[in-house]
Design a protein. Structure first.
Length: 317
């Protein structure tokens, strides 16, 4: 199996935590990934903390990348136009390379024209500024990351872990991604989107949270689970439950349930020989046709195609 090279471009003002995410996640699989860090001139890079970092590579490393990753940098350094050294560095990226940003890294991709007419995300607190500068980008500030094929963008800080784990899952299947997540002491995926992290009043009564009902739902995904049943379990009215759920998770109960059912179905497709109809029954879809429709809507492939691709990747690991 060829080793996939990830090249991280560190810009002045880089956030040290996010700078280290690619090495931490991809570095757990040295037989599958190689991680290099570079700067626009090969010299030391100032971080947004009280220290600088020395990198081993200059921008020429970008020409060798299978994946280029842009960690975030201090918002005080944001500009609508790309600084010439950054523009020159990005020009070295070869056609076909996968490009990924975390948080403010999306501003660089947008300024470079790489997000024109495409869906993307960035930190929710920067959504208004991003929209005013780049109205041609279909910004969604409510999600943790956006996968648009060869370009992926993620929200702030820890969402960088989410998108990197997602790439491992995309490249090598759920079993390998779950293994990496365990080594990082991190859930394989997180529920909901950024909305759950936006500052809002914290419920004074723990009973007003929907977390227990979400856990109950995950244990009973094989059941139809209507909104009325969820609200009844939470001992809330339908209206209160729907509002509280959206505040805590960042999406509606219905959409969340579909996401969980699809995620469980993907896991079963990768790890079992069960037929599509059997899997549909285990995850709460009424029929195999319903599972096919929802899986295609979520990731654009049929269950057979998904199993052929990712079961092979999982067993290869």
């Amino acid at each position: 199996m060829a080793v996939h090279r990830v090249v991280v471009l560190a810009l002045d003002g880089v956030y040290p935590f996010e700078l280290g995410i690619p090495s931490r996640v991809f570095g757990t699989l040295p037989d599958r990934y190689e991680v290099l860090t570079c700067s626009v001139d090969g010299g030391p890079v100032a971080t947004n903390s009280d220290f600088s970092v020395t990198v081993e590579h200059g921008p020429e490393a970008l020409a060798t990348a299978d994946t280029v990753l842009l960690p975030p940098f201090d918002v005080a350094r944001l500009s609508r136009e790309l600084p010439p050294p950054v523009s020159a560095a990005l020009a070295a990226v070869r056609p076909g390379a996968r490009i990924v940003s975390i948080c403010t890294g999306a501003f660089v991709l947008a300024a470079a024209g790489l997000l024109h007419g495409r869906p993307a995300t960035t930190h929710w607190a920067l959504a208004d500024a991003f929209r005013s500068w780049y109205p041609e980008v279909a910004l969604d500030p409510d999600v943790l990351f956006v996968d648009d094929g060869d370009v992926l963008t993620s929200a702030g800080a820890a969402s960088g872990v989410d998108v990197c784990l997602h790439l491992v899952r995309r490249d090598h299947g759920t079993a390998v991604a779950n293994h990496v997540a365990r080594l990082c002491v991190m859930p394989p995926w997180r529920e909901g989107g950024q909305a759950q992290y936006i500052e809002s009043p914290v419920p004074s009564d723990p009973a007003s949270s929907t977390s227990a009902t979400r856990q109950w739902a995950l244990e009973n995904l094989h059941e139809p689970l209507t909104l009325a049943e969820l609200a009844g379990h939470a001992r809330m009215s339908l209206r209160t439950f729907a509002r509280r759920f959206n505040e805590e998770v960042g999406t509606s109960p219905g959409r969340w349930l579909i996401h969980q059912r699809v995620a469980r179905a993907r896991h079963l497709l990768e790890t079992t020989d069960l037929g599509v109809d059997d899997i549909a029954g285990q995850v709460g879809f009424a029929t195999g046709t319903s599972l096919r429709e929802h899986l295609h809507a979520a990731i654009g492939v049929s269950p057979v195609a998904y199993r052929r691709t990712f079961r092979g990747a999982a067993t290869a690991g």
